[in-house]
Write a protein that binds this ligand. Structure first.
Ligand code: NAD
Length: 440
């Protein structure tokens, strides 16, 4: 099958490569010419484990190619995946759908035969209906165009394996034809037993938004309990361990810390709330506002702990920030809690030195006035306090004694609750973590 993938960011580039892996001939399309040049040369313009090897292989075999031309896309495929961004609008919590509209407006004039447009971007419920109306208006009665939705659940850092071995496939369709096309495209995964949920399009749109809202709620739940633990002298990490042994609760997304960020959870949470408001049922999801606030409060709490550790003022103090990406194994810094904290500390007058194994280049573009070190030890030079804010595996392997040699004061705040506090304390550090009233 010949498919196009419109939008080749974290989602689209992964999807394009994986579609080629599953046997399709794929044309990736993007409005960013630098991105298309890089991908055409089999260079992935961001960090995602395993993706560059797969893109190299399929670009090499000719099964995967890239273009900036939507005209070429229309000529190439009968199936078009929409993978463009749906960020938060600057003036409200709603999703900005302009990238989706401009993608379909760019494609529609060139469509000449029966086409299936499959949305993968995360969208407010009702978006597919708007796109259908837009396409029908532009294509007229002679070119049958249908829209389906196939929301994506991949996570950055494990995007390739999530795409090729997903927990489930969701097909939002309004015809047997669309369902069959999706079944053919994912035939290998379905044959391997990946569950398929076939439903109407609005339900499929809402499945994705609800999944992200649920995950965000889980993170904020444990962070809210962490606040209570701190006040009560309890240990939230032990509490979370005990909760997660209950299979009804499960262990994922239940680790207390500085909370969620990235290009998805925060904006999807707000977009879902905004859409519920538009639909007249805002009251049903009002609690998601609290989920958002708890999440942002965790960032404040890290800053408060740093201030306490520095004797009440952060002005003029050197602070080492370990991590810039919103999560490990990614260079994505969109709405990164680590960088939000780093920038807030700088605003408070601290000299902030940031180290991240992969995300420093992206971080430098957004926050050019922070100092970026080439290693954790460099970032820690002369620091009055070290903040562990993105849980890269290499931070768990740091030698507290060696880092202790270069800092001004042996104080560390574990914003992710993943370091071995006993190891740090044994090397003479004051170790503090969110939600744990740990003896110093
Ligand atoms: P991204 O910003 O990395 O990529 C979006 C790409 O779309 C960019 O390369 C941009 O240049 C391109 N684009 C914008 N307008 C275009 C147009 N008119 N024609 C062609 N290309 C265009 O974003 P992303 O993280 O890949 O997210 C894309 C969508 O997928 C969002 O809706 C997001 O919520 C959803 N999603 C993302 C993830 C993830 O982990 N990143 C997971 C699941 C779902």
């Amino acid at each position: 099958m010949r498919v196009t993938v419109i939008g080749t960011g974290y989602l689209g580039a992964t999807h394009a490569a994986c579609m080629a892996e599953l046997g399709a001939e794929v044309l990736g399309v993007d409005i960013d010419p630098d991105r298309i040049t890089a991908l055409s040369e089999a260079r992935v313009p961001f960090y995602e484990p395993g993706l560059d090897e797969m893109i190299r292989r399929h670009v090499g075999s000719g099964r995967l190619s890239f273009t900036t031309s939507l005209r070429r896309a229309a000529e190439f495929g009968d199936v078009h995946f929409l993978c463009v961004g749906t960020p938060q609008r600057p003036d409200s919590g709603s999703a900005d759908l302009s990238y989706l509209f401009s993608a379909v407006d760019g494609l529609a004039p060139y469509l000449r035969r029966t086409s299936l447009i499959i949305g993968k971007s995360t969208v407010p419920v009702g978006t597919a209906a708007r796109l259908t109306e837009r396409l029908r208006r532009q294509c007229g009665p002679d070119v049958p165009v249908e829209v389906a939705w196939n929301p994506e659940f991949l996570q950055e850092g494990t995007a390739v394996e999530n795409t090729l071995d997903p927990d489930r496939l969701v097909f939002g369709v309004s015809s047997d034809f669309a369902e069959q096309v999706l079944r053919d495209l994912y035939a290998d995964l379905i044959a391997r037993g990946v569950p398929v949920v076939v439903t109407d399009i609005p339900t499929s749109e809402l499945i994705k938004s609800s999944a992200n809202a649920f995950l965000a709620t889980k993170v904020s739940f444990i962070n809210a309990v962490a606040e209570v633990c701190e006040a009560a002298g309890a240990d939230v990490r032990k509490l979370a361990e005990a909760l997660s042994l209950d299979p009804r609760i499960g262990h994922t997304y239940l680790r207390p810390g500085i909370g969620f960020g990235g290009g998805c959870l925060p904006k999807d949470l707000r977009a879902l709330r905004a859409r519920a408001d538009e639909l007249g049922v805002g009251h049903a999801l009002r609690f998601l506002g609290e989920v958002d606030e708890i999440n942002l409060r965790a960032r404040e709490r890290v800053i408060e702990l740093a201030r306490e550790e520095c004797g009440g003022s952060l002005a003029g103090r050197r602070v080492c920030v370990l991590g810039a990406a919103f999560k490990p194994n990614s260079d994505d810094i969109r709405d990164s809690p680590a960088l939000a904290v780093a920038a807030a500390l700088r605003d408070l007058g601290s000299e902030v030195s940031v180290y991240d194994p992969k995300a420093a280049d992206n971080a430098r573009k957004q926050f050019p006035d922070l100092d970026y070190a080439l290693s954790a030890a460099d970032a820690a030079q002369g620091a009055a306090v070290v903040l562990h804010l993105t849980e890269w595996a290499e931070f768990g392997e740091l030698d507290p004694a060696a880092i202790g040699e270069v800092v001004a004061e042996r104080r560390i705040i574990d914003g992710r609750n993943t370091l071995d506090g006993d190891r740090w304390r044994a090397a003479g550090w004051r170790y503090r973590a969110l939600g744990r009233n740990v003896p110093q």
